[in-house]
Design a protein around this ligand. Structure first.
Ligand code: C6P
Length: 408
């Protein structure tokens, strides 16, 4: 494994100044930067192989098809899926969850329960609200413990909520606002015991930790390429093949049919059944290159690196006057959210930007969670494999300057 300094050198965008200061990019929860290897894979594809897939018989089309299907096999290996056919390419986590909520949601009816948690991103909440409305199913939520959600999910409440009526249990692996790491394997085991299908939102974990769908025992798992060194506009829905095989497509058109007549059509099996139209070929190839890149490093070491930065950040931020730190006090994913009494998160982010520090401020697509915390917004610093302990010191110095300006 190369040194972290060498890893940082792989990311061309990081070597620039913003507002006259070296860029300190701490908005990785929103999107991560891209290593040279991923940028090169995209350029190579467009310079050499660009063509439509699955349709042409000419050389470029065959090359593009091989590269696209190769990327599918690569992603399958990345999450240890049993078969590449279990990998559906989508635009991202949001589209992946919508696909399950619409397709699997079509099997639900009155009396059924969809279970989510109170810490879900809107992308793993609103599609289930829509599925509940369309089917007559009831939507319920596993609460979290503590005024700052420091206690994680309330697993005793989960015991009460997980009844045989629960048909879907959809929850996040790592919360994008709290940093909470949910015990996915344990939650999947409990869901399976009542016959519920599990849908895991892995948007914040896929690029940060080893992910093994068979070890986790999940039925569906969604993630985005752009949050794991890959391009935007490409994402993944993993689904257990036996389940995918029972589902109807949520989108129809070219490429996903075996035969069509004027009256109707017959679907191909998964994954083609769920990929109507020309797919994001370059995106998939870029995502395959991102998997190669992350696997060329040590994914356990990446997790330790990011979590350690979050731990150090949490400790140093705790020394700031009037700060309210959100989320777990112990083990957490690679991000820290916080709020200051009397200073709006947007002001914090704007001041940090003047110092070259990129943060995110707002509700992070977690409005119900924010309301439960009694907040409208937080500031969030989120870390990745190229961040350093020195950058945390720059963050803290910038926040001190902001506090001095607003509070004195
Ligand atoms: N969170 C953040 O700054 P998309 O936009 O489809 O790639 O990912 C949606 C999504 C789903 N679940 C979780 C847990 C997420 O964090 C996100 C994206 C970004 O936190 C943008 S709001």
């Amino acid at each position: 494994m190369p040194s972290w300094k060498d890893v940082r050198a792989d990311f061309p965008i990081l070597h620039q100044q913003v507002n006259g200061r070296p860029l300190v990019y701490l908005d990785n929860g929103a999107t991560t930067q891209k290593p040279r290897a991923v940028i090169d894979a995209l350029v190579r594809y467009y310079e050499r192989d660009n063509s439509n897939v699955h349709r042409g018989l000419h050389t470029l089309s065959m090359r593009a098809t091989d590269a696209y299907e190769g990327a599918r096999a690569r992603v399958a290996k990345f999450v240890n899926a049993a078969d590449p056919a279990e990998i559906i390419f989508t635009r991202g986590t949001t589209e992946s969850i919508n696909l399950v909520a619409r397709s699997y949601g079509g099997k639900l009816g009155r009396g059924d329960v969809i279970l989510c948690t109170e810490m879900e991103h809107h992308s793993n909440l609103v599609p289930w609200q829509q599925a509940a409305k369309a089917s007559g199913a009831t939507l319920k939520f596993v609460p979290f413990i503590g005024a700052n959600a420091e206690g994680g999910l309330d697993l005793e409440a989960l015991d009460r909520l997980l009844t045989p009526q629960v048909k879907v249990f959809a929850f996040t692996h790592i919360s994008n606002t709290l940093g909470t790491i949910n015990p996915v394997a344990e939650l999947c085991r409990r869901a399976r015991a009542v016959g519920a299908v599990t849908v895991i939102d892995a948007a914040q974990s896929a690029g940060h930790a080893p992910l093994d769908v068979r070890l986790l025992g999940c039925d569906f798992l969604a993630f985005s390429g752009h949050k794991m060194c890959g391009p935007t506009g490409i994402g993944v829905l993993y689904g257990r093949f036996a389940l995918l095989d029972q589902l109807s497509p949520d989108e129809t058109g070219g490429g996903m049919v075996v035969s069509v007549d004027f009256e109707g059509a017959k679907w191909k099996p998964a994954p083609e059944r769920f990929e109507a139209g020309t797919p994001n070929v370059a995106g998939a190839i870029g995502l395959g290159a991102a998997c190669d890149y992350l696997d060329s490093l040590d994914r356990v070491a990446i997790r330790q690196h990011d979590d350690e930065l979050a731990r150090v950040a949490y400790e140093k931020l705790a020394t700031l006057p009037g700060i309210r730190l959100i989320g777990p006090t112990g083990e957490r994913g690679g991000l820290v959210s916080f709020a200051f009494e009397g200073v709006h998160a947007h002001d914090v982010v704007t001041f940090a930007d003047e110092d070259g520090v990129a943060l995110r401020g707002g509700h992070h697509c977690n409005q119900p969670l924010m309301r439960k915390l009694g907040l409208t917004s937080t500031t969030r610093a989120s870390f990745y494999l190229y961040n350093t302990a020195e950058e945390i010191d720059l963050l803290v110095a910038s926040l001190r300057r902001t506090l001095k300006f607003f509070i004195g």
